[in-house]
Design a protein around this ligand. Structure first.
Ligand code: ZN
Length: 294
């Protein structure tokens, strides 16, 4: 296999396929996208690790789906981590946020979230929303998702995820249905080779180097890397639509108490302020079809 691109290409997703075996893979590495999430809130390190692993996992899973829309990976709980949410669109535009209470110690998903819920929602631009519930079992995000994929998609999937202050990265291997080649041992061999990858290598080596280091004896097809970006689509219009749902009466009262109604976007920290005149306008242009999210 040729390895002609020693140049680091961070913030991209690299797909690959075994030519003669039913195995496909992806590597995602995030730098600027991940920093855009981290610079908005000072996350304690166990939560930073959890959210970073969710970021890469969401990009990897979203790239395995043939859809137009967005994938939302969300954990909620009554433990020290109260919320962790990552959104990834089909064209790999991402945003993420999390909240917590008190001191955080490293632990399993259950220890971090307590009585929690881990849901994956697929919201296609057209058609029905689908939601799957991931059991909060195993040590971390990768293990919980592997079990979920085996149950729900009936596809054997292995994930390696890592995150630190500078990078979030992940690798996925998936066993395709039969008919994609005749090399029967390829799956076991691929998983065995992939398991030799260290956390440090996953975070630091360029994706093509990782692929070369692991699978240089295999016949692989590499696809063009796809860029990944951070972008928050919040807007004043969407906040206004959310305010309409709260109702004029409640907002008028709030305005009297505070003089200004302020809404901060939980994903990008952008601040939206509405005074008396703004509020009158919000309700003057009432539109029941407006979006409910901001
Ligand atoms: Zn925003």
């Amino acid at each position: 296999m040729a390895d002609k691109t020693p140049k680091t290409a961070k913030d991209s997703l690299q797909r690959f396929l075994f030519e003669h075996a039913p195995v496909r893979g992806e590597i995602v590495q995030l730098e600027a996208t991940w920093k855009a999430v981290l610079e908005r809130r000072d996350y304690p390190s166990p939560l930073r690790e959890l959210l970073g692993e969710m970021m890469s996992a969401a990009a990897l899973l979203s790239a395995t789906l043939k859809f137009s829309g967005r994938l939302v990976m969300q954990m909620q709980g009554d433990g020290p981590v109260t919320l962790a949410v990552v959104e990834c669109s089909h064209d790999l535009i991402m945003r993420a946020t999390a909240s917590w209470e008190g001191e955080l110690k490293a632990g399993t998903l259950r220890q971090l979230l307590g009585n929690g819920r881990f849901a994956i929602t697929i919201e296609p631009e057209k058609g029905q929303t689908y939601q799957g519930i991931v059991e909060l079992e195993g040590h971390g995000v990768a293990e919980a998702l592997e079990r979920y994929m085996a149950r729900s998609e009936q596809l054997e999937t292995r994930l390696w995820l890592a995150a630190d202050k500078g990078f979030s990265a992940g690798m996925l291997l998936q066993r395709l249905p039969e008919g994609h080649g005749t090399d029967g041992d390829a799956w076991e061999r691929a998983v065995h080779l992939a398991s030799t990858l260290t956390r440090k290598e996953l975070l630091a080596l360029p994706a093509r180097k990782i692929i070369h280091r692991l699978f240089h004896e295999e016949d692989l097809r590499l696809f063009e890397p796809q860029p990944v970006y951070f972008f928050c689509p919040c807007s004043r219009e969407r906040v206004a639509a959310a305010l309409r749902l709260v109702g004029r009466e409640e907002l008028t009262q709030l305005l009297e108490e505070r003089g200004l109604i302020e809404v901060d976007c939980e994903f990008c920290n952008r601040n939206y302020a509405f005074d008396r005149g703004d509020l009158a306008q919000v309700f003057a242009t009432e539109n029941p079809a407006a979006a409910t999210r901001h």
